[in-house]
Design a protein around this ligand. Sequence first.
Ligand SMILES: O=C1C[C@@](O)(C(=O)O)C[C@@H](O)[C@@H]1O
Length: 234
Amino acid sequence: MQFSFDSFVLAACTADLSDATDPAVEEHADAVEFRMDLAASDPESALDAYDADVPLVATNRAAWEGGDCDDGDDERLATLERAAERDAVAAVDIELDSLLTPRGETAAERVRESGASVVASFHDFEGTPASSELRAKLHRAATVGDVGKVAVTATDDHDALRLLDATNAATTWGDTVATMAMGEAGRHTRAVAPVYGSKIGYAPVQPADATAPGQYALETLSRLVGELERKPDT
Ligand SMILES: O=C1C[C@@](O)(C(=O)O)C[C@@H](O)[C@@H]1O
């Protein structure tokens, strides 16, 4: 199966696929993001055993992008390609810097051949790039991926506003994007960015196991996004 990303996808993050049957996931999530790089035991065996109904986004975050996977890119991307072959895997997250290499291009092709979408992602754990760079990154990511994702670290309101502005601009010119600002100053963007077109939100299944700074609990993000969703004027 595949996501079209026409509408917002709320992904419940976990390193343990048994979380997929958690009632909060069933009630609030559209997908489970499986952080293969954070799994305590072999993530591929966990995928083999997976039989819940919620579609998966497979992520194997590289150490150089803030994750725990130390494998070389060839091996790391091969793991993601095999993940995509599973019916339950609807999307695979691949770092933008990898996608811009020939090996990454091949991985994206294979993932799509297997019927999964590609989330092209870029993270900045230190700050928020200049607005021109932010827009360029989003556009680049949305061009090589089915959705282009940028997660930055906001240190003040201005950073948060610039991220929302870039989200709005990308969406207005037709790119499919997902954005969020990590950290306290950017926390509200997790709820607000979908108003400006962001198509994926992330929240941990277990609040104690957040996969990024500033994430809301799953139930909270679901409620906030739902409350803020634009309804036709009555
Ligand atoms: O890229 C992202 C977004 C994220 O970093 C966040 O800020 O919620 C959480 C990660 O698990 C996911 O892969």
